[in-house]
Design a protein around this ligand. Structure first.
Ligand code: NAD
Ligand code: IPM
Ligand code: MN
Length: 356
């Protein structure tokens, strides 16, 4: 199979972890006789430095032509004082919007060997396996009608959603639950927000079309608590953009590290983008110590969702599990009787498994 993949390394640890993913994909291509081609483009701070815009036109044009996109991470202290439209994060938001990547799937599944790498009690997190379906192109991140206002005295962010936008992500939540344990938790703040009232209404309406799915509504504040006290009550969580952003970083604690959480950002039709849930971790960039697993598992999601290469994706998942179960871990994880390795050593160990 021939596939063309656009790489957007971005900033901080982005380039290092993306290199790891490309090495893994080359191993997969050689084992299964696929032909993957890679084309690298600028985004985020790296793009601001080169061409003074966070999402250059060439990058967007190449992304639209690609079979799939892999993105490292954007942002860092170097650009934190920039005006809003010249921040690296704007590049990420712009590409999500331009490609209509409304559905961000963030699976959270712990490994047995990492149970005590989490600060949470082993008996609480054992067996936790959930999927956060985060709306990605609406809400506070994309305020209407006047975007954001900040005149130094008064500030405005608007949280806007259309019924159509809510419907499509809620459907994605139901469909995801059908492929899993058939339980959907819709998370909102319906005791306060208009957007959440409509959200709840849409979930209730849609639930008629999915009679096999058990539905519950939870408020976001309580969800934050339940996530780390009773994670096993969750199968699929569907929620709006910012709630999903916050809850997924929190949920990463179940796995032991934010560096373990992959994601897929999908459109109704058209190209998908795959990125770790974490950021550019600028304080550890360039040291060959970042955990590449979130990025590597994101590339497995790409094989699965964009290319329908399930056997290949399974092999990456298995290779990662094998390395973790042998005790290999990067510096972000503390593992009893484990062996601490660098980014490139972890990558090589995963490749060895794939190639063997
Ligand atoms: P972050 O996710 O970069 O880091 C949070 C903590 O997790 C840090 O201690 C970091 O060292 C650690 N961490 C994250 N990923 C890791 C990995 N793969 N291996 C080992 N440790 C890892 O969040 P932050 O520090 O709040 O933000 C840093 C920058 O990243 C900011 O500019 C932010 O805007 C940006 N950011 C970008 C994305 C993205 O590109 N998708 C996501 C989140 C944050
Ligand atoms: C993420 C990040 C981004 C978000 C930022 C960098 C805009 O935190 O992908 O989770 O909030 O969506
Ligand atoms: Mn985030």
């Amino acid at each position: 199979m021939k596939k063309h993949i656009v790489l957007l390394p971005g900033d901080g640890i982005g380039p290092e972890i993306l290199d790891s993913s490309v090495a893994i994909l080359r191993a997969i291509a050689s084992k299964f006789n696929h032909h993957f081609t890679f084309e690298t483009h600028l985004i985020g701070g790296a793009a601001i430095d080169e061409v003074n815009e966070p999402l250059p036109k060439e990058t967007l044009a190449a992304a639209k032509e690609a079979d799939a996109i892999l993105l490292g991470a954007v942002g860092g202290p170097k650009w934190d004082q920039n005006p809003s439209d010249l921040r690296p994060e704007r590049g990420l938001l712009a590409i999500r919007k331009a490609l209509d990547l409304y559905a961000n799937l963030r699976p959270v599944k712990g490994f047995e060997k990492l149970l005590h790498a989490s600060p949470l009690k082993e008996e609480i997190i054992k067996g936790s396996d959930l999927l956060i379906v985060r709306e990605l192109t609406g809400g506070l991140y994309f305020g209407r009608p006047s975007e954001r206002i900040n005149n130094g005295e008064d500030v405005v962010d608007t949280l806007a959603y259309s019924r159509k936008e809510i419907e499509r992500i809620v459907k994605k939540g139901f469909e995801s639950a059908q492929l899993r344990r058939k339980k959907l938790t819709s998370v909102d703040k319906a005791n306060v927000l208009e957007s959440s009232k409509l959200w709840r209404e849409v979930v209730e309406e849609q639930s008629q079309n999915y009679p096999d799915i058990e539905v519950e509504h939870l408020l976001v504040d309580a969800t934050a608590m339940h996530l780390i006290t009773q994670p096993n009550r969750f199968d699929v969580i569907v929620t709006e953009n910012m709630f999903g952003d916050i809850l997924s970083d929190e949920a990463s604690v179940l796995t032991g590290s934010l560096g373990m959480l992959p994601s897929a950002s999908l459109a109704e039709s058209g190209v998908g983008l795959y990125e770790p849930a974490h950021g550019s971790a600028p304080e550890i960039a360039g040291q060959n110590i970042a955990n590449p697993i979130a990025m590597i598992l994101s590339s497995a999601m790409m094989l699965r969702y964009s290319f329908d290469l399930n056997e290949e994706a399974d092999l990456i998942d298995k290779a990662v599990a094998s390395c973790i179960n042998r005790g290999l871990h990067t510096a972000d994880l503390q593992v009893e009787n484990g062996t601490q390795v660098s980014t490139s050593e972890m990558t090589d160990a995963i490749i060895d498994f794939i190639s063997s």
